[in-house]
Design a protein around this ligand. Sequence first.
Ligand code: ATP
Ligand code: ZN
Length: 736
Amino acid sequence: MDHTTRQTSSSTSSTRVVDVLVPVALNQNYSYRVPRGMELKAGDVVCVPLGPREVVAVVWAENANPDPRLHNRLKDVGEKLDVPPLKEELRSLVDWVANYTLSARGMVLRMALRMGENLGPERMRLGVRLIGPAPQRLTPARRRVIEVLSDGLLHGKSDAAREAGVSSGVIDGLVDEGTLAVEAMPPPLAPPAPDPSFAQPEFSYQQRAAVDMMRTLAANGTFHVALLDGVTGSGKTEVYFEAIAEAVRRGKQTLILMPEIALTGQFLDRFAQRFGVRPLEWHSELTPRTRQRNWAAISAGEAPVVVGARSALFLPYADLGLIIVDEEHDQAYKQDDGAHYHARDMAVVRAHIAKIPIVLASATPSVESEVNARKGRYQRVALPSRFGGQHMPHIEAIDLRRAPPPRGRFISPPLAQQIRFAIEKREQALLFLNRRGYAPLTLCRACGHRFACTICDAWLVDHRFRQRLVCHHCGFSMPRPNICPHCQAEESLVAVGPGVERLQEEAAVLFPEARTMVLSSDLITSIETLRSELNEIAEGRVDIIIGTQLVAKGHNFPRLNLVGVVDADLGLGNGDPRAAERTFQLLNQVIGRAGRDQGRGVGYLQTHQPEHPVMKALVANDREAFYASEIDSRERTGYPPFGRLASLIISAGDRPTAESFARRLAAVAPIDERIQVLGPAEAPLAVIKGRYRFRILVKSLRNVDLSEYLREWLAAGPKTKGNLKLEVDVDPQSFL
Ligand SMILES: Nc1ncnc2c1ncn2[C@@H]1O[C@H](COP(=O)(O)OP(=O)(O)OP(=O)(O)O)[C@@H](O)[C@H]1O
Ligand SMILES: [Zn+2]
């Protein structure tokens, strides 16, 4: 951002007052006087004093009737920043999301203002150029530098040092000798815009119909929701690229939301193959400087296509014309700390406010989107078969009651046999287990002592690679002791149950010649290393991939034909109303990694309940059966989308305080026959980080304004004091 041209306040103030929203945990606007000579309108980004600090904030409205008695106590707007104003469309979104989720408006605004305002101006980059003869004392290092610069062009100073393999001191020495000259580097050129005609693929007959719908939707440019519902490997990405191409042709910006940044690596390359350049990225791993540049490019309209994680939804696009939500069913779209919002749902809201089209893409749509498509509220764009004549994977259940693995092992004999065949055919196998670490529980064989977190209601998970026992809820960790702390027995501790690290150990014993790789979010050191590991897999340099849900979605590994789900029952039966949906989606996604390129994909589900409707639907490749039964049961029980839910989570440093507050709150819930208030009940995760937790579940008919009901209730209810905390989660995804 360029701060060089800005208007600063003059000492004399007019009587004009504006209402400003500051990005802190506050709901209301603050009034500020407008210094004489400063032009301000709604949406302008300003600096204002807030207590002892100056904060970047946004003018929300003119205050036509300021209270004259307050006038002398108001502070002046400090300065107006030279950035484009936040458009009406984005301000409405901030208000809408805050109102719906009961979050402070300032906290929602904050997501739009991640512009890196405290970084200061960019440092000028210095370059060097060869201008004079070689010096008398010509060391090998100096010779290498001269060689690198022999083209006579300006090279970045640090680039030149790196290329020549020397320290910057060697370069400075050559500058002193008059061999090289230092010059300022010109500012980096903006990357070229994506070229919509760069490399358009040939589409199959089935894809062509979908592509036509995508182009029409993007060309019409009005609010419209399409559900791009295509089986894994059907070419959804290629198809929605055509909507993007159309938006680019029309000079509009596109936002592509992805549930996880882990997925974006291969995606960036595929995008570049289609459009000639990579899109701009937006996620939490960007360096502050890149974030600053990208924010500026997005708000100036210089970024035609942005791919990002959920927070990218709140950026100030100059001219947004299309939103794509990839893997729309993914629960990672729900943010559960700070403002609780669902990025897919809020993306539909943004599209509606901005009057632009939106595409929700998935092989296993959420039940909500599926119902919307069935009712005709969303347009279904279907790709029912895979691209290039590839078959859908064949799925079989392995009944663990009949074919159990040997004691202390987790891979059943039939699955081991299939992995062996795959390796012999020089194909890859993926073992999927959604459990990080080595073992979910450690206990003492002598006294039965189980290692639990001291401040959470959770077992400590054994992480052998890090050699620690770790709490997955608060991050507490300790070395794995040699002696039981309870009975002092030696060598008595045993790992119970599998995690991905333990599976790798088992795979190494079963298939000693195979190259294995574990992929799990806790083992990722940086997004770059993850991307290179995923590349290694794609290039076939790994035989057995062992992974958590990190590998389940979106990836394209050409040599992978076998997927073994080690514990298909893991996500079922935990009391979560969405357990069946989640399990169906996740297993469908992970098995969908198989057989995408050549050969037939197969998936094996190790399960204790092969007769469960989810397993039966997967084995029969009958998604209709799954949706029919799930939709029917939601309708009967009044669960979303046929009814609405909200959670109130009350926590405190001690149990009685949390419980009594929760009871008092529940007692004053307004009576409404359309609404049920369930609880309070102790949360399934009763203690996290030393905080005792209770939950109240609110369930209503579909047509009730649940947010408004909650607001009235909370306004009348007891106030939180001390370390009591009340969190509101509208449309909860987690019930823990
Ligand atoms: N028209 C096409 N021409 C060439 N290749 C294509 C075409 N359509 C799809 N493909 C290729 O088929 C593979 C699967 O496509 P893609 O990844 O878009 O499917 P998808 O539906 O997004 O899958 P998933 O839901 O499993 O992530 C990719 O390698 C893609 O490049
Ligand atoms: Zn803990």
